[in-house]
Design a protein around this ligand. Sequence first.
Ligand code: ADP
Ligand code: MG
Ligand code: ZN
Length: 490
Amino acid sequence: MSVAKWETVIGLEVHVQIKTASKLFCRCPNKFGGEPNTRICPVCSGMPGALPSLNSRAVALAVRTGLALGCRINLHSVFSRKSYFYPDLPGGFQTSQLEPPICETGRFVLNTRNMPGAHRQNPEIRINRIHMEDDAGKCIHATDSASLVDLNRAGTPLVEIVTEPDFRSPAEAAEFMRQLRQLLLYLDITDGNMEEGSMRCDVNISLRPFHEGGGGKFGVRSEVKNLNSFASIQEAAEYEEERQRDALESGQALEQETRHFDPDSGSTWAMRSKEGAPDYRYFPNPDLPPVVFTQSFVDEIAAALPERQEARFKRYTGELGLHAEEAGILVGSAALAGYFEAALALQPSPKRTAGLILGNFLPECSRREVEPAALMADHFPPARLAHTVAMLEQGKVSLRVLQDLFRELLDGTDEIETLAEKRGLLQVSDSSALEKAVLDAIAANPDEAAQYRGGKTKLLSFFVGQVMRVTKGAGNPALINELLKKHLER
Ligand code: ADP
Ligand code: MG
Ligand code: ZN
């Protein structure tokens, strides 16, 4: 094996769309898509004289991001105008933060567990800064001769996370993006939808001569803009590694430049060199006062940060006895995990609580195409979830009856046992009533009973089915099993 001659150095600039109800400086809804130009107002469509006013929820989410990444939070930061011309940027400038940004100097330990063959174990990636800015609109290239502009996205809030040049391979950079997305999803900071552009990143990459243990002067970098999938981050960086290595080995000088990635060919092309770099003429936005808040605002956000995802996962699979898949889904979102725990504080059955959330509640959210958070709040708060679990646990209703009545349960105010009672579906745990159904089933199927007694014990489920049918699914399955065995086996 040849000794590596070059070391790859990568730094990322990640843009994240954050989950606020409205845009960064106006009250227009912050939502993906929509009929073009229906979510706009004078502020976000750049009308002269329209005055922006800062969304405090966006500030809170930026602080939450900073705290999750171990940053120092600046109690005083400034919005600047970053001037450039683009048809989907109606004001002729983006409102961003230069100095000082809202957060600085954090860290993220990259977990290399899922990176077989990684050269470094769990490297620490330093965060240089996090700042807030607004997004641009979108150009729709409608025909060869005409482009259209949709400003629905204009003015929606972003946080930009800038790392130090601490990655040493394309795989590390792509893996960071995956883990960062998991973290921000967990904290409900973004919807993380990569196809809709909720997370995009610029890859800065250079090579330098390899020294054992690292170190040495950085090489000339290129910056590949606007990558919106894990695969394209990795492919673009790998393409650049090769292109830069070829140039360096053939004695060509590299230029600092901005490049574009073409996912179809897997290659990058130069957009502009450093000489052609725009002068943004940054200056403090005169329409916006500095962003100032107190340490107690920060402390409150810190206090509301949930338990770390990994610790929670361990607790769920250990102490609470959940399967890894169940625990994985629950800790995918702090809101969902919080819901689970709030219900668990009211009754003691983790398995059933998880089962009801995963088997009934979440599928119903998908069917209705609503966020779990909305359905929890409006229809099925933790207290109702806990009560429903208790009814299952006490054998008042069967799982099957719950399945059938779940939608109705969500849409009304009657609790599950009331709904079941109204339909005569309360679970029969009364053994004399069930015993009669069991004896009837055996009497009505003498051949099967004989076969069972002759050793074909698989027929037990046939009899369970018969009894369930008579009791319309309301028979307690454990009790039915027990009674059937008792009567078939004697
Ligand atoms: P700019 O603002 O001009 O884009 P910055 O110095 O803010 O430049 O760096 C932007 C990104 O580029 C950061 O993520 C940083 O880590 C990365 N970076 C800087 N120098 C290099 C280099 N020589 N090789 C790779 N990445 C670099
Ligand atoms: Mg840059
Ligand atoms: Zn607006």
